[in-house]
Every structure is written in structure tokens, then in C-alpha cells.
Ligand binder design. Sequence first.
Ligand SMILES: *Cc1c(COP(=O)(O)O)cnc(C)c1O
Length: 420
Amino acid sequence: MSELRHRSAVSPLRRAVTGRFADRRGVRANQRLPLIDEIVRAHRPEDPMHCLRPAVLAAAARSFVAAFPGEVLYAVKCNPEPAVLRALHAGGVRHFDCASPAEIRLVRQLFPDAEIHYMHPVKGRAAIREAWVAQGVRDFSFDSMAELEKILAETEGQPGLGLFVRLVPPKAETMYDLSGKFGAVPAVAVELLRRAAAVAERVGICFHVGSQCMEPAAYARAIALAAEVARESGVRIDVLDVGGGFPVSYPDVTPPPLADFMEQIADAFAATGLADHGCRLWAEPGRALVAPGVSLVVQVQHRRGDELFVNDGVYGSLSDAGVPAFRFPARLIRLDRAAAQEQTGFAFFGPTCDSADRMAGPFHLPADAGEGDWIELGQLGAYGGSLRTAFNGFDQARLVEVRDRPLLETPGYDLIAIAA
Ligand SMILES: *Cc1c(COP(=O)(O)O)cnc(C)c1O
């Protein structure tokens, strides 16, 4: 059985890289990993426990890389845990979309040969310089003339620069609309592209349709708009980067199959004619690669009616269960006696003193769930551990590697085949 590691999960980026996860962990290695229930039985954990499924992470990456007609960049902010990054690398991911110096350093340390792309449209000057000089980063995104001038000043007109104009895409059906903060409107993007083409070795257009996008056609609309911007500018773009946003399943939420997204993207791209002069497609998935690969195991400390007080919450790994009101698949883990057959929809309270630390759910569990029981919450590999805070001193979380199957499947991803 793998040892349990106590660690502060506040900033995975500052933690030492352990290096204990073999790069090409195969099915045999996966079979040596414990099951979640075995760990709970042996350790009866009173701290929240992150259960990482390396084989599932690698399989999700493999599915996406195989399906996408271009390069796949993993959006590191989604989950920067080194073991997660290694599993994605084992699944064939060789490009990383980073947004801070710490993310860039982490990826460079783990994979000296990785292609790192700095796709945050607003960066500090020293951060640009470090990325360019010390970390070998060549691609930068921007959405204003001021940011472009900043990048040009810090890279001192040296050769090799790649410049990516971040475009505001048309509205789409998503859980998170990201268009309010970043992105140039088409008329501005045209100007930015012309200026970029005059100074850079490669130019591209990127966008983000919004996270957990349920609508394959949203990518097609954004691709058509990007092509219009390129045509209007007269610039031959080298890359069209369709960003992230690819969805996964949640309880009562089943996205269209991955193939529908890929078909819409490939067809829309073909219709632009951009490939005729060598333009390539990139994508920056985050959630879709990592959500199914990590579960969180919490323990119930108290029950009040249909509300369970558990040991993690919105200031920990369950941020998305708070205001965005994501529901996660839930499974009761009880060691000593059978659970009730009947199900109840529970709300959760987290461990902090803040009354905002509440998760409406409903999380469906056996009706007799109560103090001492453990609960596995699935689909938490994305934006779970990476959003933890130390508020109220609840910053301890354990990290273990397991061989369990994911609690939910997303259509188009071959995750079951690998988990034994
Ligand atoms: C967050 C982010 C992503 C990943 O988004 P998902 O919805 O998790 O796929 C990709 N690109 C950029 C620029 C981002 O900010």
C-alpha cells in the first residue's frame, strides 16, 4: 500500500517535486496501486484525501490527443500537481499552456523538452523576461497594443517570437463565461494581428469559449469569426488555437460526445481554408483532461437533518460546489455496517466558521449517512485541489494514488478500459 503523505495543498506550485511517479507507468503498475476503500480501511483519514488515478489521467489525455486534429496544450492552472502533469505526459501531452512564472518553472523542471506557451493576456514585465530568457518560452498571448509593446520590449526584438491575439468569441452555452475579462473585439484584433505579423516569427489567434462548454457549435462559430479577423487583417496566421472549455459529465449533466466537438472543429476549420497555407490547430483543454482523474474523500463530522458537516468545503477543494453550485457524484464509504438502501439528497457544510461555506448539492447518498462515514466525491481533478486556501487553518489534505475507476464517464473518453 502506498504511504499517505500529509502535505499542505495550499500551493502545489511551491511544493517540492517528488519525482516518484514513473513517466510511463503502465497497466501493471496501476494494478499495484490500492483502491480508495482499502486506504480508508487502513488509515481512517480525518483529513480530506485527494485520490489521484494516474491511469485515468493518462487515458483521458490519450483520448483527447487521439481525437483532436492538432496540437494539445494542457492548461496547467486546472491542476498543477506534479503527479497529474506526469500522468498527462505519459498520456501523450507534450505542450503546456502556462499563465504564471511558477507554472512555467514547474513544467520546465518536470519536462525539460516540453513546449511551454505563455497564454495569459496580461503579464508582468519580469515574468515575460524570465519566460523568454531563462525558460525558453517563445509564445505569448495578448489582447491589447500595450501588452504587445510590453512583450516586444522585454524580448528585445530577438528572433523566434510567437504572438497570439486573444479574441473575444461569440457567446456560448457554458458554466463559466470567460469573455468579460480577456479578449479583443474583432476590429481591435485585426489591428493587433497586423502589428504582430510585422514583428513576430509566428502569429496566431486564440480564444476561450468558456469553461464546461456544452455546445460543440460554439467552437465552429468562434473559428469562423477568427478566420474573418485573419482575412480582414490580410495576415496569414500560422496557428488557430481553439482554447479550452471541453466539458465532462456531472450528475444529470452528460455532454455531447467528444467526437461531436472534434467534428465541428475540423469541419469549421476546413471551411476557413486556413490550412491551405499551413495554418495548424491547437487546443488548450484543462477540465476535460483532469476532472475524472481525481476524487476527494471527505469525512462526515456531524449531521443536522439533511445537512452533512464534512471536513472540506468551498475554501478547500470544493470551491465549485459553492456559488457555481456544481454537483459532484457522491459515494458513501462505510466500513463496519451496511448503508441504507434508500437515498436522500444532502447539502454539505464545510469545516470553516463562515456560513458561506455551504454546498447546496443535492448530493445523493444513503439516507442514513452520518458522523464517521466517509464520502467519495468524483470529477474533482479540475479546479479542486488547485483552489484550496489555508482559511481557518484547514489546509491539510492527503494525496494518494489509487486504481479506482472514475465515478462518472464522459462520452468519447476511453477511461474504463484501462482501470482494472
Ligand atoms: C482556464 C483556461 C483554459 C482551460 O479551460 P478549461 O475550461 O478547463 O478547459 C485554457 N486556456 C486558457 C487561456 C485558460 O485561461
